[in-house]
Design a protein. Sequence first.
Length: 351
Amino acid sequence: MVIRPASGLAEQALASGHWVKLICGASNQDLASIADLCALYACAGVQCVDVAADPAVVRAARIGLSWSLARGASPVWLMVSVSDGSDAHFRKAQFDPLRCPADCSRPCMRVCPADAIPASPGNSGVDEARCYGCGRCLPACPLGLITARDHVLARDALAPLLQELAPDAVEVHTAPGRSLAFAQVIEAIAESKVSLQRVAVSCGLEGHGLTSVDLSRELWQRHGLLRRHGFSPLWQLDGRPMSGDVGRGTARSAVQLWERLRPMAPPGPLQLAGGTNASTWSVLQQSADDAFPAGVAFGGHARSLVQPWLSQALERGQPLIEWQEGWEQALALARALVDPWLQSPCGALPC
Ligand code: SF4
Ligand code: SF4
């Protein structure tokens, strides 16, 4: 049974700068971790979890969300991510392990934040379910054996898939110059007739050689299209995609993109993403801008923060939600990340 969250809490959070979303990863299919992550961050107070548009992944996310709901957490929106074209969030790394020299020190394995490349050589290459396409292993192989493969959904498969998944919200990853492809995706979403609280648009500047003015123009085009179909937008500003676990410096990218876009962005909440981590809150406090974004989405950092507990739970042969000691320690870490955003935007008063 799908439990539909009321829109009120999430909408209030968006309106008051308290919005926090967990990004599980648009191509992350590690089902056991996804159920645990969704349960954990829902209990920590996020209002939305964003997962791959994949029936098995959505089922896993709902298991975690139902578990958290039964333990008193607030209802959480389930968002699925799709793309209107080639996008780093929708790719998988791959290599043929039989071509790897036996004495390779496996630098690919050491740089992978998702433990998607096994430590021991043998017949296994990238664990497809765990790989979320961050791309860090690609330049790490001295022999250039690793390649990336896109897995973008066929356009005509989108409407029936959304009917099956019945999410509360959809996020469309787009890029400058793809307004026609974006329009086709929005038409497919409309055709599904799934009742959506929001349609989020994820877009950034990195790698596109454009200015903030160009990006703003692109977002305005998309705004017109969303409104024509009666969708309420949510703008996800992707500062430095998939880098939140790298370090404090990446937090600035997301905040700077918001500072530059804010004066010329179309109507709708603006949410930080791409490079967000535990430093994002303090970086934002130092901003000269006296406005405040609608909130934040945490991806790689939220996952790597609790990864040791997820891995230990796996080694113990049980989900994290069933291992009380590990659960409590992971929940404390998740809460420390989320809590500042659930306070007032000035950081002084609890809600
Ligand atoms: S480093 Fe990134 S792209 Fe490579 S296997 Fe790991 S998650 Fe996938
Ligand atoms: S670094 Fe390259 S050669 Fe070495 S294990 Fe990884 S893919 Fe194989």
